[in-house]
Design a protein around this ligand. Structure first.
Ligand code: FPP
Length: 289
């Protein structure tokens, strides 16, 4: 299956980019720090909220494209724990925008078999927002297509703190029931994260040029490929997303190892050495892991 079988190019640029994209090697999880709405508006002498409105349009395009390409999971950083520091009018506008988005788009999201998940500290969100996101998750929970994860009132350190507290509570309960001593493993942390059950992001995209991870999915991005583009979020079109995916496919993911060709070359030379040594009756030296 070619990428152009999944996605109809709207113009020549998209057609050329689709030619370069391998539909069989797409990331399982794309996570995006959507940044630059304010600057986009400023450059046009518009109020910041106009930038956020344009940002919703960009989000809609990215969601649609990822779903069509059959990317299994897409996470968007919509509102951080730190975003409460913005003027109250902007915060209220962002909350309103999300509610309007859900009201308008939920039927299409559902029709496209997308499952919506919200991560973050929901208890601190306004009641109307909580009601709407609970309804969106319930409405789409049976869908089996792309998982659309929206990080709302989210912070990576807060998520880890919540996970550690949940794990501690589990340990206390086990102790109270006479359980034996306990050592945490990585899996014990993962299963208490908001993202439990989701794959870790393979690709982390940040728009508007800043080289920061901004407290986003700190545990989960351990091995993510990071792609930073100067495009401001409202300008992050389908073509810009395709460019990010093409760049991802050029990266060699080594997970701390040596990478396929070098690892193969080293292991065959190790095998040869071991063969020579055993034939000569020698002992094999320890090799670097
Ligand atoms: C950053 O721009 C963007 C945000 C604070 C997030 C808001 C995101 C949207 C409105 C997109 C909609 C998302 C969904 C899920 C519908 P900024 O204000 O930080 O820009 P600046 O750094 O240029 O000021």
């Amino acid at each position: 299956m070619k990428a152009s079988d999944l996605l109809k190019p709207a113009n020549r640029e998209e057609a050329e980019l689709l030619e370069k994209l391998d539909a069989k090697r797409l990331p399982d999880h794309v996570a995006i720090i959507m940044d630059g709405n304010g600057r986009w508006a400023e450059r046009r002498h518009l109020p910041r909220i106009a930038g956020h409105r344009a940002g919703v349009k960009a989000a809609r395009g990215v969601i649609e494209t990822c779903a069509q390409l059959r990317v299994p999971c897409l996470t968007l950083y919509a509102f951080s724990l730190e975003n409460w520091r913005r003027p109250q009018t902007e915060v209220d506008f962002l909350m309103r925008l999300l509610r309007d988005y859900l009201k308008r788009e939920l039927p299409a999201i559902h029709k496209n078999n997308i499952r919506m998940v919200f991560i973050g500290r929901q208890a601190q969100l306004p009641e109307g927002v909580r009601k709407d996101i609970t309804e969106a998750m319930r409405f789409t929970e049976g869908n089996t297509g792309m998982k659309l994860v929206v990080a709302l009132n989210y912070g990576g350190r807060a998520e880890l703190t919540d996970a550690f507290n949940a794990l501690l509570a589990e340990v206390h309960e086990a102790r109270a029931n006479g359980g034996a001593s306990f050592r945490a493993h990585e899996g014990d942390i993962s299963r208490h994260l908001y993202t439990a059950g989701l794959p870790d992001p393979d690709l982390l995209i940040r728009t508007s040029g800043e080289m920061r991870v901004s407290n986003f999915l700190l545990w989960q991005i351990a091995y993510a490929e990071i792609y930073v583009t100067d495009a401001l979020w409202p300008d992050f079109s389908r073509a810009r997303l395709l460019e990010a995916l093409i760049e991802y496919q050029k990266r060699e993911r080594r997970y701390g190892g040596l990478g396929a060709p070098r690892a193969r070359a080293e292991s065959s030379s190790r095998a040869e050495t071991a063969g020579r040594e055993s034939r000569a009756g020698g002992t094999s030296r320890p090799v670097r892991g």
